[in-house]
Design a protein around this ligand. Sequence first.
Ligand code: GLU
Length: 306
Amino acid sequence: MPNSPSKPPVYRFAPSPNGALHLGHALSALLNADFASATGGRLLLRLEDIDRARCRLEFEQAIFEDLDWLGISFEAPVRRQSEHFADYETALDRLRSRGLVYPAFLTRGEIRAHVADIEAGGSTWPRDPDGAPLYPGPERTWDIRQREDAVAAAAATGRPYAWRLDMQKACNTIDRLLTWRETGTRPQGGTDNPESTAGTVEARPEAWGDVILSRPDAPSSYHLSVTVDDALQGVTHVVRGQDLYHATAVHRLLQTLLDLPEPVYHHHRLILGPDGRKLSKSHRDTGLAALRERGLSAADVRALVL
Ligand code: GLU
């Protein structure tokens, strides 16, 4: 959906407060801030804290300190996803009422065992772009009655289950090619979307299989909440790391199913550590606070990443 020309573009930086921000986050935050200031746009901060077990207040506080140190300011109020579970539930209900989600009961161990079984027989089980096996989905063929009975039994016994998108069924409801507008770059080394650099990218959500939209320990998944929030916050431009490039296909599918507007996407390079791997939040020595303590200035960080 084209953006109204009279409205300023809306950018957002959306970290998860589950660890210390590192140089990769600095790049994301600075790019968002620079794009917003160059275009007269708005800049929002969203704390993606749906994973209550891993997110902590001290990390949230550190995010504010790091961004302040970098000289980046955001519009108030900051959106905390944990305060908006009802919004994600509403979206999930819409998908549920269209029969596009189903309750899924296999545990991680059961999925692994199923895949090992098949692969022991010489076949290869499909993996998603992050390398995880696709969900086998034995429940996909259950009728409404079986689903309701299974959910009621699970509620009575406390057996955990997730709500998953029926990917094939969802894709079948869409009668046109699903694409997104990309102004950044695709990750190196991928095998899909071979024609895509900058421009229009063909979205292939099928590669992810039946993604989780809600789990017992997190009432909304990353895919669902990011899609709902970008729409609710009027985000027009999503600027984020290339590690989320392929996930954009799922976001475009959910936007289409839920009649939400389509932002423009800009995926930026990832900053790698000395070992050539993506920086991780658990490596405190590459965190922004650690760099600050070692005497680096915000200008040094800008020069390092941009
Ligand atoms: N919360 C995600 C992260 O910290 C970023 C989500 C996004 O930008 O879409 O990796």
